[in-house]
Design a protein around this ligand. Sequence first.
Ligand code: ADP
Ligand code: MG
Length: 232
Amino acid sequence: MLEIENLSVSYGKTPILRDVDVSVDAGEVVGIMGKNGVGKTTLVKAIIGLLEADAGTIRFDGRDVTDERADERARRGIGYIPQGRDVFPELTVEQNLKMGETINEASETLHYDTVYEYFPILEERRSQKAGTMSGGQQQMLAIGRALVGDPKLLLLDEPSEGIQPSIVQDLTRDLRELSADLGTTILFVEQNLHVVQNLSERCYAIDKGTIVDELEGDRLASRDEVAAYLAV
Ligand SMILES: Nc1ncnc2c1ncn2[C@@H]1O[C@H](COP(=O)(O)OP(=O)(O)O)[C@@H](O)[C@H]1O
Ligand SMILES: [Mg+2]
């Protein structure tokens, strides 16, 4: 579904990512964990196309998208949930969801029913301005917006940030169920131990702009092994 090879990205003359290799199979739920400032957001932005690659390739769904714009990649089926959510505060919940319809142009399916089934609060608050909702509800809206158009890949940048722990647990479970029910592939970056351990089937570790490890099974289940890559 997604294959990143030798990716390097910089801000101006400052190199941030070096030789990043990441691959995600269809239907997989994969995490990338790392502390603050190690390059997680830079990597996510390079995958969706908001930052240009200096070197390397990004293949999505069998096609080289390295030189495509972000909106083109979205139309091919990448649903992006930015760090800090970025919902439109002055628009209603429903108007925000509508923005997601352009994701995955090839699919005729719209997932409003699914979104409202997973996040009933969004249906209840359909006509309310997004800015009036809590952080957790706005995160549900951001996920719903990315889901509406039937994405092949959901790309999430720190979905747990600024959300209270009980809601983080709900969100983690919802994302797992969504992936299982719809077959949606998920790639997320996180520094929250609970999300890393309970959402990923496999997890890369990133440090100083480079992938330094890949964990699954017993190692991913070990609190100590995971915590070594996080600021806990
Ligand atoms: N717009 C920018 N211009 C210059 N440097 C940046 C910019 N955004 C982030 N950085 C730097 O790039 C590095 C990686 O940042 P980022 O990808 O946001 O890390 P993370 O998401 O893991 O916290 C940090 O050292 C940060 O200071
Ligand atoms: Mg970040």
